[in-house]
Design a protein. Structure first.
Length: 384
């Protein structure tokens, strides 16, 4: 007698078990879960398309899945973005959301997501951690300290939430054409969850974004730059802010562990590994009298010589109790012209959202400092 085939269907969830958030599941993981339910891999792909290409959060609406499968999915999973605590809309169209990701040992945990509309494109700046442990001396987020890493679900859900808030047609519109990991936190310090999120952002069954239009920014965690080079093809940005080790040790303390020589070598390995033409974006915040002198511009040009690079000069965004000031416009332009004269592609970031404190960490800092309640008890709008 032939033995009966084993029952591959997953048992019903235990009473009181918390459903899993599907935002954190890349295609491979979702296929595994569907296999446990006795379903074919293509059913998982169909579910991903419903979530990321149609913006559906209700399993009952997934009409090409059987009713029994939809019921089982609803028993085990949710599709849930973090709730919004506050929203601000700038006169220039920049939108900023404060999202509640739950309490933490050091107090309430909130993250910021910022949407920047421009002609022909829309950039979404997302967070990878609640707070940040890098302690960069000029950063509003670093001044607030570190709460915790975000899960892959919490990272991906920011993109889904923003598309919903913007009224996007998930199938046809490209209101969000670019996603940058330049919000709260150091992305490479939360590597596993960021990598899972990247795979969903780039997957044709996920958001389907171009690898050129997803950028991971780092303050300089060299080993993880090398890991990212091997694991995922995406654009790389480096928060540089100084042309020499002495000053960068002060501004970006991780430089004491991974100095500029090691960082530049990792950047070269990163671009050389790409099968396409690639460059590294170097972010350089302009601090009056600190890093904005002509000789520092020339030193930066020497540092980047021979490396496919683009420099983005960022006018400093002040925050309470900082000792730094924004460089005058003439100093920023002089710095830029020196770099351009050395054939380094250089842009000056246009300041956006000043009227809504759109520098990362500013809104969260204001909310936390003004409220003694936990974030879940704060009214949704009009808080700050």
């Amino acid at each position: 007698m032939t033995a009966a085939a084993p029952d591959l269907a997953a048992p019903p969830p235990a009473a009181g078990a918390q459903p899993l958030n599907l935002f954190g599941f890349d295609r491979a993981r979702l296929r595994e879960e569907f296999a446990r339910l006795g379903e074919a891999a293509y059913r998982a792909d169909q579910a991903m398309l419903w979530i990321y290409r149609r913006g559906v959060a209700d399993f009952a609406q997934m009409s090409n899945l059987s009713r029994s499968l939809r019921e089982r999915l609803a028993e085990r999973f949710v599709i849930a973005p973090p709730p919004m605590v506050a929203e601000r809309i700038s006169a220039d169209g920049t939108r900023k959301w404060l999202l509640n990701v739950g309490g933490a040992a050091r107090g309430p945990a909130a993250i910021e997501t910022v949407y920047i509309p421009e002609r022909g494109r829309g950039t979404l700046c997302i967070s990878s951690q609640a707070g940040c442990a890098m302690d960069c001396s000029f950063c509003a987020t670093g001044a607030q300290g570190f709460a915790r890493n975000l899960s892959a679900a919490e990272i991906v859900a920011q993109v889904w939430f923003a598309a919903r808030a913007l009224g996007a047609d998930f199938q046809n519109e490209k209101l969000i054409s670019n996603v940058v990991f330049m919000g709260m936190g150091e992305p490479l310090a939360n590597y596993a969850n960021v990598l899972a999120a990247l795979r969903i952002l780039l997957d044709d069954f996920g958001f389907g974004l171009s690898k050129r239009r997803v950028t991971v920014s780092t303050s300089g965690l060299v080993p993880y730059i090398d890991r990212l080079r091997e694991d995922c093809d995406t654009a790389l940005a480096v928060s540089l802010h100084a042309p020499d080790d002495a000053l960068r040790d002060e501004l970006v303390p991780i430089n004491r562990k991974y100095p500029l020589a090691e960082l530049m070598a990792a950047c070269r390995r990163y671009v050389e590994s790409k099968p396409r033409k690639a460059h590294v974006l170097f972010e350089y915040v302009m601090l009056d009298g600190v890093n904005d002198r002509p000789e520092q511009a020339r030193a930066l040009a020497r540092l980047l010589a021979g490396l496919p690079a683009k420099v983005n000069l960022i006018p400093f965004n002040p925050f309470p109790h900082t000792r730094y000031r924004r460089s005058p416009p003439e100093a920023i332009e002089r710095f830029a012209e020196i770099l351009r004269g050395k054939d380094i592609l250089t842009t000056v970031r246009r300041t956006r959202g000043d009227d809504i404190s759109a520098a990362c960490g500013q809104l969260a800092g204001q909310i936390v400092s003004r409220q003694s309640k936990r974030l879940g008890e704060i009214p949704v709008k009009g808080v700050a």
